[in-house]
Write a protein that binds this ligand. Structure first.
Ligand code: PMP
Ligand code: GLN
Length: 381
């Protein structure tokens, strides 16, 4: 493997899910729900296959039904008017969207400013595109962005800001004031913004504010989302990009040579999913809010320091009062010790000191699983 990818190693999600399977542990590591999404959406996928829709290559930008459904969703929830033909692109999950955006928008040596911790594919995709990542750290207990540090990180080489709200792994949700301040910086320094909003519907208090809705931002913002988290079908890998036509077209230039197209029948089913009534989205959020509280309370009682998240389905904890190990050693030993799998936050950091004792747990699991996991973790001290 080349020198750009060698430092990336194996993704932690593969390692920890394999460990969960090998030890029969409860997997609170990799973020995927243990209950599938709505029946009618599954049926839509099956019907698409059986009726021969999407079994052959779909159109490069995605099927028109899905592009229209994405545009309708952006209008319904955020008041954004998008042209489904020129301002929406369907991708193989948000993961491909991130990769294609980096490959399309960066010149070798361009700097990308991103909040640290960052989702692990960011570093790899920036590196594959020949870019240079410039982390700006979010610090416990609130993980709120330091806007002066963000300003200081921007140089003449900065090409874009890579944002993520709601934020994996901290659960931080950017406020309107913070988003406006970031937008102001992007406009002042004439930067593009690539914003990963895959957890857009998973907020438990603060409202999700898409960067593209702020004045002056739409023309410089590439927004990424996906069906995985909102509809609980992470295996389908249907994602999308919304952006002005020039930026969609740029991302498509890269995307066409990565996968060309993907997931034909699942594109039809995802169009059905996006049209679900508001009640679906509200119920999903309320269900996950209850699970957040269940797991957060349980982890606290078990002796973890808990940073209760405002969004996503992850809880970051500090293990210092339970163990002297670093998060990696702790997570590798945890299945043996008590039959639970978690993920060390240090894989999301360049700064391995600041992140040493942070460990992430996912709560997108059935409540009885969460209760059993808490029970097992309670024996740690
Ligand atoms: N971005 C973030 C912040 C994520 O947590 C994930 C994990 N689902 C992704 C992107 C990847 O999304 P997808 O599964 O749609 O590729
Ligand atoms: N986004 C998920 C997480 O953070 C995992 C996705 C993956 O396995 N690549 O856990």
């Amino acid at each position: 493997v080349n020198s750009r990818l060698a430092p990336m190693g194996t993704t932690i999600f593969a390692e920890m899910s394999a460990l969960a399977a090998a030890t029969g542990s409860i997997n609170l590591g990799q973020g995927f729900p243990d209950t599938d999404g709505p029946e009618e959406v599954k049926r839509a996928a099956a019907e698409a296959v059986l009726s021969g829709r999407g079994n052959q290559y779909p159109p490069g930008p995605g099927i028109p039904e899905l592009r229209t459904a994405v545009a309708d969703h952006q209008k319904r929830f955020y008041g954004l008017d998008l042209d489904p033909d020129s301002e929406v692109l369907v991708t193989a999950g948000a993961t491909e969207a991130i990769a294609a955006a980096m490959l399309a928008l960066l010149e070798p040596g361009d700097e990308v400013v991103a909040f640290e911790p960052y989702y692990d594919s960011y570093a790899a995709c920036i590196a594959m595109a020949g870019g240079v990542r410039v982390p700006v750290q979010l610090r416990p207990p609130t993980f709120r962005p330091d806007l002066d540090a963000l300003r200081a990180a921007i140089t003449d080489r900065t090409r874009l800001l890579l944002l993520n709200t709601p934020h994996n792994p901290t659960g931080m949700v950017l406020t309107r004031d913070e988003s406006e301040a970031i937008a102001q910086l992007a406009i002042e320094r004439d930067l593009l913004v690539v914003t990963d909003e895959v957890y857009e519907h998973l907020t438990y208090g603060p409202e999700h504010i898409p960067l593209a809705t702020l004045p002056g931002m739409r023309e410089r913002t590439v927004t990424i989302s996906s069906a995985g988290k909102t509809f609980s079908f992470t295996g389908w890998k249907i994602g999308w990009v919304t952006a002005p036509p020039e930026l969609v077209s740029a991302v498509r230039s890269a995307k066409q040579f990565l996968t060309y197209v993907s997931g034909g029948p699942f594109q039809y089913a995802t169009a059905t999913a996006l049209a679900l009534p508001d009640e679906y989205y509200t119920t999903l959020r309320e269900d996950l809010r209850g699970k957040r509280d269940l797991l957060a309370d349980g982890l606290e009682a078990a002796g973890f320091e808990v940073f209760r998240p405002d969004g996503t389905y992850f809880i970051t904890t500090d293990i210092s009062s339970l163990s002297d190990e670093d998060g990696m050693a702790f997570c590798r030993a945890l299945p043996e010790r008590c039959g639970v799998v978690a993920v060390p936050n240090l894989v999301f950091y360049d700064d391995k000191v600041a992140s040493r004792s942070l460990v992430r747990f996912a709560f997108c699991k059935q409540s009885d699983k969460l209760r059993e996991a808490i029970d097992r973790l309670s024996g740690l001290r």
